[in-house]
Design a protein. Structure first.
Length: 178
């Protein structure tokens, strides 16, 4: 409800306050709570989510198509609607648990977490500056290039920043124990 209320309150508060609240934890806290709910009831939920992941995926796609074609009089959440975001969370969890344990030589998820909004904001500014808002093909190409760049910069960040820092921190911990 907080995310829905915030997304519909832009006309009732100063613009800067609205923007600051939108990029804070407040409207996205439900995602954290959803993760806590899944963790708390994981014994009951995970088998069902794993088994029904394809049905959940189809429901997610149908909801997104409906919401693209039906304009609601109110926003259903900040930046994206809470229903499809919650459903997408279950889909991602279901697919992850269906795949089982996968080990990557270079885990880049932290780099993606760090860099994704930087790259996305730069891409959005490029779209705005060049007036590409109405040109769907240019937006899609820039979106794909952004995705590739996010993965690349995350990989490089992992190799050249995260790994060396991790070694330094681990070595400091070893010296303290000696």
């Amino acid at each position: 409800m907080v995310s829905v209320l915030i997304s519909n309150s832009g006309n009732f508060m100063p613009g800067i306050l609205y923007k600051l609240i939108n990029v804070s934890l407040i409207p996205y806290f439900y995602i954290f709570l959803l993760g806590m709910f899944v963790y708390k009831f994981r014994e009951q939920l995970l088998p069902v989510i794993k088994e029904k992941v394809w049905i959940l995926s189809a429901c997610y796609i149908m909801i997104k198509i409906l919401l693209m074609n039906i304009k609601l009089p109110v926003s259903m959440g900040v930046n994206y609607d809470i229903f499809s975001a919650s459903l997408l969370s279950f889909v991602v969890i279901g697919i992850a648990y269906r795949l089982g344990t996968i080990r990557f030589k270079n885990e880049i998820s932290y780099g993606i977490f760090i860099w994704h909004m930087v790259v996305i904001n730069i891409a959005m500014e490029i779209i705005k500056i060049n007036g590409w808002g109405q040109n769907i093909s240019l937006r899609e190409i820039l979106g794909l290039l952004s995705l590739i760049f996010i993965v690349l910069i995350s990989y490089l960040s992992t190799i050249f920043v995260e790994r060396p820092l991790r070694k330094i921190i681990l070595n400091k911990g070893k010296r303290k124990n000696e």
